[in-house]
Design a protein around this ligand. Structure first.
Ligand SMILES: Cc1cc2nc3c(=O)[nH]c(=O)nc-3n(C[C@H](O)[C@H](O)[C@H](O)COP(=O)(O)O)c2cc1C
Ligand SMILES: C=C(O[C@@H]1CC(C(=O)O)=C[C@@H](OP(=O)(O)O)[C@H]1O)C(=O)O
Length: 392
């Protein structure tokens, strides 16, 4: 399975093409729309989310709500394009200068300046902004929805939630209260902050509200848990086969993500070996298993069969309504950076995007290892493999 996305933030359409999804997978547009709505509805987002109601259309690869095995094309319309049609105008030769809403004062922390230098967009940094915008993550979540649908066929669940926003954090010890990810999901999805507890939800809202009043922005951390993955996906034999490495790349590839860890991650650096290694046990019913999951579900770049636990660090949003110092690219005079309509925080949406990226990497790993032509044959192969592992 592989995919690509295309689309500018204020252009007419967002597109994704996915290749390699097996034939016979039942999927509806509503399955995807639910996930798109989750990405849109997070506390701290700006006005754009009130303009958009992201809904997908299947253009290719699906017939009567069932995949054909051919490339799947997904399409989401940008409702906001109505207000930008003259500015974006893919088919018009040129538009009068005064309608262009040019960006000439690059925002520190965004892709504006370096993107302009690299692609020689000296006339207008909007040519960078339009694609570097996290609007594109709409399509990654749409692809992730297809990946999650596939994973659910083999009882793999993936869920992302918010650990902290700025100084307001959840107590991660509450995680042990939940039997499975469905229970956890019901709780975190009931909060517009995707926090773990009502106390954290309240504290995070206060931080976001104050940040907004201060015309500032704030970052945080999100965590993704995936349960039910078979043992031995990914490999130690070559560096680029390591599945934890692929997931790390997918997480840091999300706009504004600046760090990633598995299991206890950075905290493990302050501990000793006997506090960290996940001891091995055996049971006639389930075969080999671990007593703990401090290493986040990976050994040697391979899934251990325990829950996969990945954390990502999201930096604060670069665009500030009280802008920082920058330099005009035309005049080279010092100026405050451009102000574009913006979010206060992206952390609540980032949890859904990170969840989608993990799901995509897990689905790719499954489809690399097992039959990718037909979903029923894939399930048969996964079941046979699980049985072999159970009786090892
Ligand atoms: C869901 C989401 C929403 C975002 N919204 C904004 C925004 O409104 N304004 C902004 O300046 N950056 C926003 N960002 C961050 C920028 O897209 C990102 O910082 C920029 O593309 C530069 O990439 P980098 O931070 O990965 O280096 C958002 C990121 C995400 C994940
Ligand atoms: C459009 C989305 O996020 C956008 C990501 C973004 C950025 O610079 O990354 C800037 C903002 O764009 P706009 O100026 O059009 O409001 C966000 O709204 C979205 O998530 O759907």
């Amino acid at each position: 399975m592989r995919y690509t996305t295309a689309g500018e933030s204020h252009g007419p359409e967002e597109i994704a093409i996915i290749e390699g999804i097996p034939a016979g997978l039942h999927i509806t547009q509503e399955d995807i729309n639910e996930e798109l709505a989750r990405r849109q509805h997070g506390y701290g987002r700006g006005e754009r989310q009130q303009i958009e109601t992201d809904t997908v259309t299947f253009l290719t690869g699906v017939r009567h709500q069932t995949t054909l095995g051919s490339p799947i094309t997904l399409n989401v319309h940008n409702d906001d394009h109505n207000s930008w049609s003259k500015i974006m105008a893919p088919n018009d030769p040129a538009t009068p200068e005064n309608t262009l809403r040019k960006v000439l004062r690059p925002r520190p922390g965004h892709a504006d300046l370096v993107g302009g230098m690299k692609y020689r967009h000296h006339d207008d940094l909007r040519n960078v902004l339009e694609r570097s915008s996290a609007r594109e993550t709409t399509m990654r979540v749409a692809v992730g929805a297809v990946a999650k649908k596939l994973l659910r066929e083999i009882n793999v669940d993936v869920h992302g939630f918010v650990v902290n926003v700025g100084p307001a954090k959840s107590d991660l010890n509450v995680l042990t209260q939940y039997k499975n990810l469905q229970e956890l999901r019901a709780v975190t999805e009931s909060f517009a902050t995707r926090a773990l507890t009502a106390e954290a939800d309240e504290a995070i809202r206060q931080v976001i509200d104050k940040t907004k009043r201060d015309a500032n922005t704030v970052g945080g951390q999100v965590q993704v848990i995936a349960t039910g993955m078979p043992v031995g996906l990914g490999s130690y034999v070559s560096a680029d086969e390591k599945l934890d490495g692929k997931i790390a790349r997918a997480i840091v590839g999300i706009n504004a993500f600046k760090g990633v860890q598995f299991g206890g991650g950075f905290d493990n650096s302050e501990k000793y070996g006997d506090q960290i290694m996940d001891e091995i046990f055996w049971d006639s019913e389930k075969g080999f298993y671990r007593g703990t999951d401090n290493l986040g579900g990976f050994e040697g770049g391979m899934t251990t069969g325990e829950a996969i636990t990945v954390r990502g660090v999201v930096k604060p949003i670069p665009t500030l309504y009280r802008p920082m110092k920058s330099v005009d690219i035309d005049t080279h005079q010092e100026h405050k950076a451009s102000i574009e309509r913006s979010d206060t925080t992206a952390v609540t949406a980032a949890a859904v995007i990170a969840e989608s990226m993990v799901a995509i990497e897990l689905a790719i790993a499954i489809l690399d290892k097992f039959d990718a032509d037909n979903i029923e044959r894939m399930k048969e192969q996964v079941a046979a493999y699980r049985e072999e592992i159970r009786t090892f």
